[in-house]
Design a protein around this ligand. Sequence first.
Ligand SMILES: Nc1nc2c(ncn2[C@@H]2O[C@H](COP(=O)(O)OP(=O)(O)OP(=O)(O)O)[C@@H](O)[C@H]2O)c(=O)[nH]1
Ligand SMILES: [Mg+2]
Length: 422
Amino acid sequence: MTLSAYDARSPAEHDILAVLPGRVDDLARLRLLTRAAQPPTVTVVGKYNHGKSRLLNELLGSDAFAVSDRRETTVLAEQVVDGVRWLDAPGLDADVDSEDDRHALQAAWLESDVRLFVHAAKEGELDAAERSLLDTLGADGERTHRQTLLVLSQVDQLADAASAEQVASAIGAQAPHMPLHAVSSTRHRQGVKGGKALLVEHSGLPALRASLQTVLARVPQARTHEAALLRGEIGAELAQRRAEGEERLGALRREQATQRLAFDAGLNAVLDKVGGDMRAYLETPSEGQALVPDGAGDAYRITAGKVERSRNQIAYSRACIEIDAFLAGHGVIGLPADRHTPARSLNTVMVAVMGVSVKHREHLRRIFCEPAGRERLLREFTQYYEQSDDRAALARRIAEAQTEVAGARRALAALRTLGAPA
Ligand SMILES: Nc1nc2c(ncn2[C@@H]2O[C@H](COP(=O)(O)OP(=O)(O)OP(=O)(O)O)[C@@H](O)[C@H]2O)c(=O)[nH]1
Ligand SMILES: [Mg+2]
């Protein structure tokens, strides 16, 4: 059989799962709940050989499900009768805990609107595993309004009515909030075959059937409740993700803006300072010798040109050192990888922006004192600032937060498009 819980996911479900992968079962359940044609589904749960399959057969009045005194049911089997879907599930036993078992049990859990928890009377009280499962079912019932009926099966195997009564009251004490039905499939079958109305009555099956009718009649409203619950929970979780993402995004953007403001202000201040120092230097008298080339005999002589050039170089280096110190303080050190040259010593932002040529006064004035020069320095240093490691990492974190927020928004829109409760 194909289980509707494992139908292909819709694009809307993919959008939601992209944000909340842990909600995969809830979405599968929601899909069933909002499908108008989905018949109310009853599943059996309990340990193997406790008479689950046979009980279903008696309820259906046919031998639809395989019964045996071995471990029989290993995958889900399904019968739809009179608009009710009956699912026979494997017994729960840790020692035979296979992938098939888990799959079938998971499916039974997802598909069921009503659970019959079957426990064989001859086993006495519920064991720890059964109690824990029953607690889980009880808690799920409070949350989702899915009902569980507790069935004490094979009561004909007990010596007398008194011991049946004893087991029933012991189990009733273990599960005080769950309706308990004592049944015997064997007696029921005998009664039906032999036309013995009293035996049928005493088999407990008619009473169980009547309870089932009551519980099945409540399935539509339970589904409406469960669908609203799941939507509400998923919606709240998505809204929280969106809010968290938006908050993170806001904080990152503020950090980005604040950093940038500090950088802009600092760079302007350093260029003011450097420009002022340079202007002062350029105002000192000069003989304009910087461009006069040295002759062959000047190798070991201090010429006016050499003096001028070295003064210019010192003024230039001071400016560069100040700017460089400022840039280093803002993490602007190396060039981005795609701008690297083979000569490693040249892979600095200062070299990339300032070049390596020796400057004379006119150059220094244009670079540091004229508006166009300053514009260029602002532009280029700012550009390298934005490409520096820390800033690039911050930009990536912002992009990630944007993706996250967009995903949560898409998922919320997707949730609204999932069908209304059937
Ligand atoms: N005496 C008696 N035996 C029963 C009754 N119900 C089931 N049995 C027997 O108990 C054995 C197990 O019954 P199943 O219905 O196959 O049990 P199950 O819980 O479906 O077992 P798995 O599918 O293996 O988990 C079979 O031999 C049944 O004939 C009952 O009411 N009385
Ligand atoms: Mg079975």
